[in-house]
Design a protein around this ligand. Structure first.
Ligand code: BT5
Length: 261
């Protein structure tokens, strides 16, 4: 497997990853990064753990984090107001997808709002958590989990139908250092596009990878469950759904299940 010593040590001039903290084990790298953020850590800090004992997905779900994966969190302190966690999630998904294509030569798909898939199965999830102070966005911790050098058998049994790993999908060891480097470089590029008001360009890249637009889905949002057809993802990262026999709704958060692949 990937025994590259110090695979997380990246050189070069970079904002994201200028400082990298590597831990053998963390509860959740998002929690470690949040704690450091509260103590004043600088934008661009990256926390990486070899395993997580309490890796999290959205709404308190568990994220399986065996050794060999890339489990990381990035601290961002966006200074301009209209950046929201949904746009950062989209930028992160595009960054990982492009990095996987660049380093491994396979093109992943993205599924709104935070999944990356190969052959319809999830190998990466993203969890952006914002901290608001008063009216202001204080910081965002962007968590990225990639099943890199993990064998499918190392994931919990109940995930093995819906999930995959890069190692098992490609049948070869994954160079984690090169992948990490590519992810962080692309993230820096797309994050600075967001800061400069160029989210539409990032969204265009998302749309080139998206497998939800135009599909019939069951969508679950804060307002409940509905069947319909996805029309688009709009300029603030919301999903636009034409509900069967009804109106057009915008989902800011939620989950979609594709009915016909
Ligand atoms: C996510 O949530 O996909 C966000 C995952 C973020 C993980 C990273 S790792 C570094 C950082 N530190 C953390 O604690 N978290 C972040 P969501 O869309 O809610 O999906 C969660 C669901 O994905 C679970 O309920 C499972 O069904 C499934 N799942 C859990 N572990 C998985 C894995 N390793 N691979 C694929 N699917 C998984």
């Amino acid at each position: 497997m990937d025994s590259e010593d110090g695979w997380w040590r990246l050189g070069g001039n970079r904002l994201i990853g200028k400082r990298i903290i590597h831990l053998e084990e963390a509860t959740s790298t998002n929690d470690v990064a949040k704690e450091l953020a509260r103590r004043g850590a600088e934008e661009g800090l990256v926390v990486i753990a070899e395993t997580q004992s309490r890796g999290r997905g959205r709404l308190g779900s568990a994220w399986a984090s065996p050794r060999g994966g890339i489990w990381l969190s990035v601290l961002l302190r966006p200074k301009v107001a209209p950046i929201n966690a949904a746009c950062i999630t989209i930028a992160a998904a595009v960054s990982v997808a492009e990095a996987v294509e660049e380093v491994l030569g396979v093109k992943p798909q993205v599924k709104w709002p935070n999944d990356l898939l190969i052959d319809g199965r999830k190998f990466c999830g993203i969890l952006a958590e914002s901290s608001i102070r008063g009216e202001r966005l204080d910081f965002v911790v962007l968590g990225i989990g990639v099943n890199a050098n993990v064998k499918l058998e190392e994931l919990p049994e109940e995930l093995r139908d819906s999930a995959t790993t890069l190692y098992s999908a490609l049948g070869r060891p994954i160079p984690r250092r090169r992948l990490l480097d590519a992810i962080l470089r692309r993230l820096e590029l797309h994050y600075s596009a967001l800061l400069q008001g160029r989210f539409p360009e990032v969204l265009e890249r998302w749309k080139a990878l998206d497998i939800t637009i135009g599909r019939r889905v069951v969508a679950e949002g804060p307002g409940g469950r509905m069947a319909g057809k996805v029309l688009d993802v709009d300029g603030d990262g919301s999903l636009i759904v034409q509900v069967d026999g009804g109106s057009v709704v915008r989902l800011r958060a939620g989950e979609v299940h594709i009915l016909e692949m």
